[in-house]
Design a protein around this ligand. Structure first.
Ligand code: FES
Length: 124
C-alpha cells in the first residue's frame, strides 16, 4: 500500500542562491530552490508553454521562467506574473504543482508517496 515517506534530497547549503536546479525523482523532472531558510520543489516546466525551469532565476521565493518571464511563488505555486492579462480562474489553473518539503538539521526532504520507500531514487 503506497504511503507518504520523507525522502532526503540534499543539504540546503548545497542549493545555489538565486536559481533553481533540476532534480529527478524516480525519473520525473522537477526543480528545487532555496527561499529564506527553506527549500521547495515544484514541477520542472513552466505552465505557460512548458519551458524548463532549470536554472530559472529565484528572487526571494519567486521563480521566474526564463522564456517569457512568468513568475510563480515557490511556496504555493501561485502565479505572480503572466506574459499577458489573464482571468482569475485561469490563474488558478496555471499554478505550478508544488510538493511538501521540510528542512531538518540543514537537510532538505520531500514528501513522496511510494509502495517501497527504499526504491525512491533522487538524481540531480
Ligand atoms: S514558457 Fe514560461 S513564461 Fe512562457
Amino acid at each position: 500500500m503506497p504511503e507518504k515517506v520523507w525522502v532526503k534530497v540534499c543539504p540546503v547549503i548545497d542549493l545555489p542562491n538565486g536559481k533553481a536546479i533540476n532534480i529527478l525523482v524516480n525519473g520525473q523532472r522537477f526543480v528545487v530552490a532555496r527561499c529564506d531558510d527553506q527549500a521547495y520543489m515544484v514541477q520542472g516546466y513552466c505552465t505557460h508553454m512548458l519551458y524548463p525551469l532549470k536554472d530559472a532565476k529565484v528572487e526571494g521565493c519567486i521563480i521566474t521562467c526564463p522564456l517569457h518571464g512568468s513568475k510563480f511563488d515557490l511556496r504555493d505555486g501561485s502565479v505572480q506574473n503572466w506574459p499577458m492579462p489573464m482571468l482569475e480562474d485561469i490563474k488558478q489553473k496555471k499554478m505550478l504543482r508544488t510538493f511538501e518539503t521540510q528542512v531538518k538539521d540543514g537537510i532538505m526532504y520531500v514528501a513522496w508517496v511510494a509502495d517501497d520507500p527504499s526504491k525512491v531514487r533522487i538524481r540531480f
